[in-house]
Design a protein around this ligand. Structure first.
Ligand code: NAD
Length: 366
């Protein structure tokens, strides 16, 4: 293995490999001529859209920003001027259905609070648009089912905004899991946490569905599945840690940790918190290890193994790669790396973690 040899070519060939979960073709592809940039409508112009997705859409090669959905007409006008789309392409949450009449919109990207992912995805599907929905896919498996059904019935494609599938250190994790090049993983551990200072919708159960597990822990669940080769765990146990700031975290957990056991004996441990700081993932085999720091950030990911540090070529924007891949999926029929079924699978795990932490029976049916 030569970690230095991670080229863009290999990155592209890695991401074009179909995962088992991507095999749910539902739609007639190639509805736009090959090469045509598809139009994206961003739903929700909050921090992630403003700081990451908008700028990424200036770098995409297969899609471009064509419309927005916002409750603020002023904000919509600013985006229209900056991104060069007509003001008639500014919608609000009540007029989303009118997107059906706009052929310039191919893909709707849902970037609103978690509990709104289901209604906004379903509205977009009913308008006949393909959908990217941010993580977590929804706040319940039941909502995931309704979203998948709506997209199937409208014959549109659905992907979850799991950007890590386009991030080189995570792609290498998937490759190492598949090839067992540094041995079969036996132990994995990850954590993603930060200290939340100001209250926001993320600590309101009605909008967030839960606490850090929904928001941050979902990334660690993704890493566990990458290291386990996308098989379902056979057991999950979890516990919520006592709150250090009970007056702040009144509605959701502050810190939760869990353990997953996979059919081949692989054991995964994880913790997520809104009152601690950690951002890393580690996989170990009998003969070696692979460790990612800044594992879940927007940039600064670093990977090391027992053989030494890796030096991956940083992408100009992981989100641009993610959106371009979905646009190619819609336009050209290339694999959907992060389909709705994957988002649903992760919600099955999230529900199992919450159930175990609450002392209830754990259901792991996919
Ligand atoms: P945010 O609070 O900054 O923005 C939320 C947007 O939704 C705002 O524009 C707000 O006006 C709008 N909105 C519509 N209806 C609302 C309502 N009833 N209550 C509150 N806001 C409402 O949040 P964000 O950080 O941009 O997160 C949005 C989504 O994106 C979340 O699901 C989050 O998990 C996801 N996200 C993903 C990543 C990633 O790396 N993939 C990073 C950050 C956020």
């Amino acid at each position: 293995m030569n970690p230095e040899n991670f080229t863009r070519r290999r990155f592209l060939s890695t991401i074009s490999t179909a995962s088992a979960l991507a095999m749910h073709p539902q739609h007639v592809f190639a509805e736009k001529p090959a090469g045509k940039k598809l139009g994206v409508a961003l739903v929700g112009l909050g921090r992630y859209s403003t700081g990451q997705l908008g700028p990424a859409l200036k770098l995409t090669t297969d899609c471009r920003l064509a419309a927005v959905v916002t409750s603020s007409p002023e904000k919509g006008k600013k985006w229209a001027a900056e991104y060069g789309f007509p003001e008639s392409h500014i919608y609000n949450y009540e007029t989303m259905a009118q997107m059906a009449d706009n052929p310039d919109i191919d893909i709707v990207y849902v970037v609103t609070p978690n509990a709104l992912h289901a209604p906004h995805t379903i509205a977009a599907a009913k308008a006949g648009k393909h959908v990217i929905c941010e993580k977590p896919m929804a706040t319940s498996v039941k909502d995931c089912d309704a979203m998948i059904a709506a997209c199937k019935s409208a014959k549109v494609q659905l992907a979850i905004g799991y950007r890590s599938h386009y991030e080189p250190c995570a792609i290498e994790l998937k490759r190492l899991a598949k090839t067992a090049e540094i041995g079969t993983f036996t132990k994995i551990d990850g954590g993603f946490s930060f200290v939340m200072k100001k209250p926001e919708w993320r600590i309101q159960k009605s909008l967030a569905g839960g606490g850090p597990l929904m928001d941050l822990g979902i990334y660690v669940i993704q890493s566990h599945f990458m290291a386990a080769g996308d098989v379902m765990p056979i057991a999950i146990t979890a516990r919520e840690l006592p709150k250090q700031r009970p007056d702040f975290f009144t509605d959701v957990e502050e810190t939760i940790e869990w353990e997953m056991e996979f059919p081949n004996g692989l054991r995964g441990t994880a913790r997520t918190s809104y009152n601690q700081g950690r951002n890393e993932f580690r996989a170990e085999s009998a003969t070696g290890w692979y460790h990612i720091t800044s594992a879940y950030g927007y940039q600064g990911h670093q990977a090391k193994s027992h053989l030494g540090p890796f030096s991956f070529t940083a992408l100009p924007s992981i989100q641009a790669a993610q959106m371009d891949a979905f646009a190619r999926h819609v336009r050209d029929g290339s694999p959907n790396q992060t389909p709705g079924e994957m988002g649903r699978r992760d919600l099955v795990v999230v529900e199992a973690i919450y159930a175990s932490a609450a002392g209830k029976p754990v259901k792991l049916a996919f």
